[in-house]
Design a protein around this ligand. Structure first.
Ligand SMILES: Cc1cc2nc3c(=O)[nH]c(=O)nc-3n(C[C@H](O)[C@H](O)[C@H](O)COP(=O)(O)OP(=O)(O)OC[C@H]3O[C@@H](n4cnc5c(N)ncnc54)[C@H](O)[C@@H]3O)c2cc1C
Length: 567
């Protein structure tokens, strides 16, 4: 694995045209996947897809490039000199940075709103300084120092938050530090017999998988942000990956962790299992830096898969697809990867894919006398005989629900391109588009209503005479009790009020999905953006309990005060 570059300030991937080489777990024998960052939309998106988008959205492609990075406005650092000197004494001068580049790179995350701000030249949410502790002890001392001086700390993992988790907002407007965890990024212990490993919070997915590969192990957590996101970030946001239906959400993969807080260090989690009171580990998972900083993780790993099989199926309708998945879920037959696209996403993906693969697929669908329908990608990983047996059990159920098999090429193509979409987003934003995603989860019973409610709300909010949004939805994580819904939204951008346009649409969608029985978030976390609705999910007493825990661990309220808890 080549060294992973830093994310560019205004988009996804590094600034250069060559993007990291991505070797997925188990890829060694087949060679690795290399993503390239297309310089413009014309090469990134096939002509048919551009035409389709323009027709669907009422969008006129137009150049809307970001301002030059050199022109991004950055206020002078407000870090008091005595705190700066104390930090240098604690961490060393190399690990306390107030330079423009360091601060800009840790300004906010990668939501559409974050990118809009950075593209418009606004970095008012940048930290006053960036510090890089190298151990739990240094992190604990750093927190004590910041608590004493009233300096806000915002843990920074990969910087891929899409819910404003790194905005550093503080009601008291105190100076803020971005605590970059990239120095704590090593695999420090491997216990093969117990399927447990210990790793630093700043380790990214590719580095972890490479290190585990040497021991014949894998974690198997593969969110779309896998190239950049970190283990600490996954735990702090309760992330879910593309194989989470099979391997579990990140929550399920954490056996224990170390949480440094201004009041001391907590060691949480006792594998394999414990009944010693309520599980305090659950308090740290999803705490988004508001209770302290995760400085180490014990993770549950598994043997690297010996076989991997991905394939595509086609349902005639969304309802058929949901019914098929529900049936599989109830009988504990769901594959490791399950991704059911609605008709709009299926059509867009077929156009976007272009090339021979997509032509072949369209041919297969025509031959089977179906429209584009709803594409289902399924994948199994593990021992060859187990993969074969699990697959056999699924095929019969899919066929009973009217699904037609469209082949392995489709599944393999999805697998190989599954990290590419964020690169395309930059190009779409360059051409005047609003591009954002949102997600929720609901029981199988409520899922159809949640789907309809979100679509209606977004269509109403973003529709204008001659213009309408394109809403592409998929189910990506299945449970016995329900599934997640993930919506990609494209619309012609309002060039005058772009932030307002999305804030209004997002508010409408959130109200609609909550009213229909969806959860506030399935895997992106609360951050700053979802804070106003947390009480709707956990109740007023639930918010009070969280506040009480925060008051005990962080009495000065310096730990990421802008996230999780409502004002
Ligand atoms: C293109 C794209 C695709 C994405 N795909 C997925 C996906 O498939 N699945 C998914 O779940 N999410 C996805 N996300 C969201 C994001 O990647 C996840 O939330 C991820 O877990 C964040 O990890 P990070 O290391 O980048 O954390 P950051 O963005 O750096 O931080 C996220 C939050 O956690 C806090 N934090 C970070 N590290 C620590 C720590 N060590 N201790 C305490 N708090 C900490 C931060 O302060 C912040 O509030 C995607 C985002 C993008 C931009």
């Amino acid at each position: 694995m080549s060294e992973q570059p830093e994310l560019t300030v205004q988009g996804w991937g590094p600034g250069s045209s060559r993007v990291a080489t991505v070797a997925e777990p188990g890829d060694a024998a087949e060679g690795s996947l290399e993503l390239t960052r297309d310089p413009d939309l014309a090469t990134a998106l096939p002509k048919a897809a551009r035409r389709h988008l323009a027709g669907e959205l009422g969008w006129e492609p137009r150049p809307t490039p970001p301002v030059a990075v050199a022109d991004i406005r950055l206020a002078p650092s407000r870090l008091p000199a005595d705190v700066h000197d104390a930090l240098v004494a604690l961490l060393g001068a190399d690990h306390v940075r107030t330079d423009r580049e360091a601060r800009l790179r840790r300004a906010g995350g990668k939501s559409y709103l974050d990118l809009l701000r950075r593209r418009e030249g606004d970095a008012s949410d940048a930290p006053d300084a960036v510090v890089l502790p190298g151990s739990t002890e240094q992190t604990a001392a750093l927190l004590a120092l910041c608590a004493e001086h009233g300096v806000v700390v915002v843990p920074f993992g990969g910087g891929t938050s899409v819910v404003g988790g790194l905005s550093g907002m503080d009601p008291d407007d105190r100076p803020s530090l971005s605590v970059d965890l990239s120095r704590m990024a090593a695999l420090t212990d491997v216990d093969v017999a117990s399927s447990l490993v210990t790793a630093g919070p700043g380790m990214r997915g590719p580095a972890l998988e490479e290190a585990l590969g040497a021991h014949g192990l894998t974690l198997g957590h593969l969110p779309q942000s896998w190239e950049y996101a970190t283990l600490g970030g996954y735990a702090a946001t309760r992330s879910a990956g593309q194989s989470s239906t099979g391997v579990g959400r990140f929550d399920d993969l954490v056996a224990g962790l170390t949480l440094a807080t201004p009041s001391g260090v907590l060691e949480l989690g006792h594998p394999p299992a414990s009944a010693a009171g309520p599980d305090l580990l659950g308090l740290a998972l999803g705490s988004e830096g508001a209770l302290g900083i995760i400085t180490g993780l014990r993770l549950r790993v598994r043997p690297a898969p010996r076989a991997r099989l991905y394939e595509g199926w086609s349902f005639r309708t969304w309802a058929d697809g949901l019914a098929g998945l529900q049936r599989l879920a109830r009988h504990d037959l769901l594959p490791d990867v399950v991704r059911l696209s609605d008709p709009d996403e299926t059509r867009a993906n077929l156009l976007n894919a272009g090339g021979t693969g997509a032509r072949l697929l369209r041919g297969v669908l025509r031959a089977r006398r179906r429209g584009e329908g709803c594409l289902l990608v399924v994948g199994w990983e593990g021992l060859p005989q187990v993969v074969r047996a699990r697959r056999r059990a699924v095929l019969a159920v899919l066929r009973e629900h009217g699904a037609a098999r469209v082949g392995r090429r489709v599944g393999e193509s999805w697998r190989r391109h599954r990290f590419a979409a964020p690169y395309l987003r930059d190009r779409l934003m360059d051409a005047g588009l609003l591009v954002e995603t949102l997600e929720t989860a609901a029981t199988w019973t409520a899922l159809p209503a949640v789907y309809d409610a979100v679509r209606t709300a977004l269509q109403r909010s973003l529709g204008r005479p001659g213009k309408r949004p394109l809403l592409m939805t998929h189910v990506s994580h299945g449970y016995a009790t329900g599934a997640s819904l993930y919506v990609t939204v494209l619309a012609d951008r309002d060039d005058d009020l772009p932030l307002q346009q999305w804030l209004t649409a997002k508010r409408a969608a959130t109200e609609a999905l909550l009213a229909a029985g969806g959860t506030l978030t399935h895997h992106h976390a609360v951050g700053a953006d979802h804070r106003p609705w947390l009480e709707r999910e956990v109740g007023p007493l639930g918010v009070e309990v969280l506040r009480a825990v925060k008051a005990r661990l962080d009495p000065q309220g310096i730990c990421n005060p802008g996230v999780l808890l409502p004002d």
